[in-house]
Design a protein around this ligand. Structure first.
Ligand SMILES: NC(=O)c1ccc[n+]([C@@H]2O[C@H](COP(=O)([O-])OP(=O)(O)OC[C@H]3O[C@@H](n4cnc5c(N)ncnc54)[C@H](OP(=O)(O)O)[C@@H]3O)[C@@H](O)[C@H]2O)c1
Length: 291
């Protein structure tokens, strides 16, 4: 038997999660493997905001992604020593048949920390690429708006949209983040906490917005949709502005914009993308080329 440390929910969150809301317990894991099974040890674990959108009862383990090393294997796809990205929760040691594995990531860029496989080369990066290319479908010269411009997903969306030849604008929550976003190539960024959204969006997108990668929802998204061009595309990735809301948040009625400007809005759900490895390969190559 080996011991696994497992994070479980100690109590319900009130607004933002606090340390006391979590508890670490120990579980015994049998090292003996059956056919197809792998025994893994976490190298790094990701605390993504999507975890909050799944109900985790008190006493239960959180679902989450981790980069892990395969310690023992009876599965040809994941031999001993290989590195995998898997959605298996906040736990150190895991045993599975590899069904939680998204892909092997033994070929990470040598100059990056392994945690890149929980970010740009992990679920956020894959979501960014899939959401932008399959839902927003930007064309060169179009204007793409990204909320949470330097969050784990947004920061990749912005950079891919630049690579696709777009004008890229964004919003984020501090002047420091605004400076950082600009250093990454965003053409215009504003601090949504201190600036008037309507004016800032008009200045950032004088010719209107063609694609909107929506991470926040709520009133900010309504302000963006108002300034979209005919034929605009909206990929809804998240609604983090209402993470702490108990009541259903209110936003202005937007249907008139959808009808007159024949806008398209679709939900991005990364778990519907069957094979994530080709996207990983594209992103991995871009990072290697840039270093
Ligand atoms: N659909 C999918 O398959 C999928 C996959 C991955 C992620 N997501 C969703 O995508 C969104 C972004 O995820 P992420 O991993 O990039 O998040 P992240 O890196 O943790 O970034 C979250 C950022 O959201 C902003 N934020 C927090 N509270 C906010 C509020 N009340 N109003 C507006 N902005 C707020 C903050 O940035 P500022 O300081 O700039 O405000 C924060 O840094 C989340 O909603 C997540 O659930 C969806």
């Amino acid at each position: 038997m080996v011991k696994s440390k497992v994070y479980v929910k100690a109590r319900e969150f009130v607004e933002n999660p606090k340390e006391e809301d979590f508890k670490v317990i120990e579980q015994n894991v049998d090292e003996n493997l059956e056919d197809e099974e792998i025994l893994t040890e976490a190298v790094c674990i990701s605390p993504d905001p999507y975890i909050r959108t799944y109900p985790t009862p008190v006493g239960s383990e959180f679902r989450a992604f981790q980069v892990a090393k395969v310690l023992k294997s009876k599965n040809k796809k994941y031999p001993t020593g290989s590195i995998v990205l898997q959605e298996i929760g906040w736990r150190t040691i895991s045993k599975s048949k590899g069904d939680a594995v998204w892909y092997r990531c033994d070929d990470l860029p040598p100059n990056e920390p392994v945690s890149v496989a929980t970010g740009a080369l992990g679920m956020p990066g894959i979501t960014a690429h899939y959401g932008l290319t399959a839902f927003c479908k930007p064309k060169p010269g179009e204007t793409v708006m990204v909320t949470t411009a330097v969050g784990a997903v947004g920061i990749i969306v912005g950079q891919i949209a630049k690579l696709m030849g777009c004008r890229v604008i964004g919003s984020c929550g501090s002047d420091e983040k605004v400076r950082f976003a600009k250093s990454l190539g965003y053409d215009a960024v504003f601090n949504y906490k201190t600036q008037d959204w309507k004016t800032a969006l008009k200045e950032a997108a004088p010719n209107g917005i063609d694609c909107y990668f929506d991470n926040v929802g709520g009133k900010m998204s309504s302000a963006v949709i108002e300034q979209m061009n005919p034929g605009g595309r909206i990929g809804v990735c998240g609604c983090i502005s209402s993470s702490n809301s108990k009541d259903i948040p209110q936003a202005p009625v937007m249907q008139v914009h959808f009808v007159y400007k024949y806008l398209m809005m679709a939900g991005i759900n990364i778990f519907t993308l069957e094979d994530k490895k080709p996207t990983y390969d594209i992103l991995n190559q871009w990072i290697k080329d840039a270093s």
